[in-house]
Design a binder for this molecule. Sequence first.
Ligand code: 13P
Length: 251
Amino acid sequence: MRRPLVAGNWKMNGTVTSVEALVTGLVSADSPSCELLVCPPSVFLAQVRAGLSVAGDEEKIGLGAQDVSQYESGAFTGENSADMLVEFGCRYVLIGHSERRQYHGESDDAVAAKVERCLAVGLRPIVCIGETLEQRRNGSVLTIIAQQLGALAQTVAREDWGRFDIAYEPVWAIGTGERATPEQAQEVHAMVRSTITDHGDSEDFTRILYGGSVNDDNAKALFEMADIDGALVGGASLNVQSFMSIAECAG
Ligand code: 13P
């Protein structure tokens, strides 16, 4: 069985003081039965790790990064390697978020190379995919998703298809307050699930998260869908109460 995962992508938000307050709030909240993950900006990884470990809560809330280099080490100014993230206690890393694709020109091939690098060092990627509003309007949603997953299919070995998770985040639903309906999300999730089944040995190890304006009001209906295994939460993950309420809905 796939254990639901609720992950918070803090994006480029926070100060030393606000991060401390957020971590303190998270560790003192009741544990939901789903898996929890926070992905702070990389400069805060050590601080968040320390906050979680003081409470002995590293198991309760996992730590993830928001991006990783596709290269092992060397002259790549501004980048963090997969080894560094592991050394700083990360279990997960987001890869190919639409903001990286959009503002940093990250291609499907670069995303696949990053996934390979993470798998080599035991870091679990959450690969983000999703269509733009224009692509949805012109009816090419499933084609775009197939293309984004296709690059992974070319590089990731069959036995590694259970070693990462996927987040479907329609670009038009991110930070806009306009989320996909549960049925719209389910349609894409079902297609992703069948791709996983085609390429991997077991569909049971790869969770498919939904992301895009998830909040405590809409989470429950999303999680009721057969192929939605959790959420990648942006704005609402910066608020302890909202994040934990979403997690409660996931089980
Ligand atoms: P919002 O929840 O703020 O729409 O962000 C979604 C997202 O991009 C998570 O990665």
